[in-house]
Design a protein around this ligand. Structure first.
Ligand code: ADP
Ligand code: MG
Length: 574
């Protein structure tokens, strides 16, 4: 939180140019030909007007018509080049950028990600990405087009009249400075708009995800007013952004008109006075060329501001992706042959309010442990820390000799599987939800399905049944069984289970818990709230937790004989 260093956006912008250089080259070739064509057309215009006015220009009408055809051909070539180059550059560059951002995102740890607001990323990969597409990529060509045309026009103007050109530049300097300054306004307005978009996205997502709750609790009005507030704030940001655009445009238009009239008057004066070598056609074309100079003065600062705003959006994403990315551990081949050791573990979500206090325990490899305790006593916190959710604890959590902080997260997830309390089901087939879109041998899948009690569901709906958004087509128990099968299929040597049978009916819950207890050789830590003697007896150890501390440990019989905390929990539950 403390650091505010500007993030490095180069790895992101590099994505735009990977494999797209030939499209960029075509884009710039287009610029050059288009500029040449425009200048040729202006020159032809001057020649034709002067020819019509009886000035001897040294060119026949036939030559001029021929050259007009050439200029038309050049314009057609430009469009062919545009067809081949720019859209490909922009689309491919953007696709690579999105891919890269997603790759970086998927490198975040579960812990880092769960502490963040997903709207930042939704916004970055949706709204912001389109702003970057228009403001950063498309504007690059626009800027170059305008700059080359501007320089070309200036050179040609100098050839017609150095005096008029010099005067034009002098008059144009002031508005140029003004519009450069106003460009900064656009950039900050764009960032404000992106922030408003992010908050708006968060509200939309919340109100859609919580739709049934909102309806059932008749909170439509309240949600609408929350929503309206975000809409208002977004509208304010949109208005501000557009108004900044108006200011920039006004500056460039007003200065353009002043410049044009000023130079026209001087030009006309010079022609009327004679002996300047200027003709009416030249002055007319000079004014047209002046347009090619004035237009960029307005457009370029505006486009540069857009680019700056685009960069700010990229920096915002880079910053979010850099945030709380912790150093990965170096142990890539952890083992679990001795067991899991927790020593004096203390952990706080909030400073001074420990969720776990001085917890110590040892679980020999291949054994099963049940954790029981009242809601909020820290059971899930303990399991999550065992999964490496946070390195910010005191004490030690060791798999054999390795502290969990030193183990690379992929290696840890290969060794330890978690069946969590909250289940997420993808909008995919039952099979894909179990395999997580990977390939597994058929027998392995069948075994996981059987152990988790999913066979009936699959017989009934088929394994290709589409589960719906977060499993909307399934019951809570069915979702939970899919999550159990998913973890069992991974066949990690250690399995953590967090109240995974809570949504199951008693018979299925018993069957699944029993199946987990049957898994020989696996180290299992099972948080359970169903205090069923037949099952509790089968665990090698029971751990009773109370207010973030280990109250008691022992076998079922030992704990019952002690008549302590576990005994009271157990007797109340019966
Ligand atoms: P259990 O799983 O035993 O019901 P938890 O481990 O989920 O309990 O929670 C232990 C304590 O930590 C509770 O007081 C809970 O409110 C708090 N807690 C859990 N998760 C968070 C979190 N992400 N941020 C702050 N406090 C939390
Ligand atoms: Mg819990």
């Amino acid at each position: 939180m403390a650091r505010k260093a500007t993030p490095d956006i180069r790895p992101f912008t590099r994505q735009f140019y990977r494999g797209t250089k030939r499209y960029i080259a075509l884009g710039f070739l287009q610029t050059i030909i288009m500029t040449a064509a425009n200048l040729l057309i202006s020159w032809l215009l001057q020649q034709m007007i002067d020819l019509a006015n009886g000035v001897d220009t040294g060119y026949t009408l036939r030559t001029l018509v021929l050259l007009a055809c050439v200029s038309l051909g050049m314009i057609l070539i430009c469009y062919v080049l545009e067809h081949l180059g720019r859209p490909r550059f922009i689309s491919q560059g953007m696709a690579q950028y999105r891919d890269y951002a997603y790759q970086r995102l998927s490198k975040k740890s579960i812990a880092a990600f769960s502490g963040e607001n997903t709207s930042t990323y939704i916004s970055a990969l949706a709204n912001d990405a389109s702003a970057i597409e228009n403001g950063y990529l498309a504007s690059t060509f626009l800027i170059v087009d305008q700059a080359v045309l501007c320089v070309g026009a200036l050179v040609m103007m100098c050839m017609y009249s150095p005096l008029l050109t010099g005067l034009s530049i002098a008059i144009a300097l002031l508005p140029l400075a003004a519009s450069l300054v106003s460009g900064g306004l656009v950039a900050s307005a764009e960032t404000r708009l992106s922030d408003a978009n992010e908050r708006y996205t968060a509200t939309v997502r919340d109100s859609l995800a919580g739709f049934p709750v909102i309806k059932a609790f008749r909170a439509e009005k309240e949600m609408l007013s929350l929503y309206s507030r975000q809409v208002q704030s977004l509208a304010g940001a949109v208005c501000h952004r557009r108004r900044m655009g108006v200011i920039v445009e006004m500056l460039s238009t007003v200065s353009g008109v002043v410049l044009q009239f000023g130079i026209s008057l001087i030009g006309v004066y010079l022609v009327l006075r004679g002996n300047s070598g200027l003709t009416g056609g030249m002055v007319l074309v000079f004014i047209q060329l002046l347009n090619y100079v004035i237009q960029p003065l307005g457009v370029i600062p505006q486009e540069l501001a857009k680019r700056k705003a685009g960069k700010a959006l990229i920096a915002k994403l880079a910053d979010a992706l850099d945030k709380s990315v912790r150093e990965e551990g170096s142990v890539t081949t952890p083992t679990l042959t001795e067991g899991i050791t927790v020593e004096n573990l203390t952990f706080c979500y909030e400073e001074g309010k420990p969720a776990l206090k001085d917890v110590s325990l040892h679980i020999p490899a291949g054994r099963s442990v049940a954790i029981v305790g009242a809601s909020g006593c820290g059971k899930s916190t303990l399991l999550n820390l065992l999964m490496g959710s946070s390195p910010e604890y005191e004490g030690a959590i060791r798999y054999d000799g390795n502290d969990v902080r030193d183990i690379r997260s992929e290696a840890l997830y290969d060794m330890v599987g978690l069946i969590a309390q909250n289940v997420f089901i993808f909008n995919a087939s039952i099979r894909d939800n179990i395999t997580m879109f990977r390939d597994f041998p058929g027998e392995a899948i069948d075994r996981a399905v059987a152990l988790s009690g999913l066979q009936a569901l699959i017989d009934q709906r088929g394994e290709d049944y589409l589960c719906g958004e977060n499993g909307s087509g399934l019951s809570g128990g069915e979702k939970q069984r899919i999550a159990i099968a998913r973890s069992l299929l991974r066949a990690t040597p250690c399995l953590l289970v967090d109240e995974a049978t809570a949504a199951l009916d008693a018979a299925t819950a018993h069957q699944v818990s029993s199946a987990i207890l049957d898994l020989e050789g696996l180290t299992r830590i099972v948080v359970t709230h169903s205090l069923e003697e037949a099952l509790l007896r089968r665990y090698d150890m029971i751990l009773a937790m109370k207010a973030g501390q280990v109250a008691e440990t022992g076998s079922f019989d030992e704990l019952m004989a002690r008549k302590g905390y576990f005994y009271s929990l157990y007797t109340i539950a019966q």
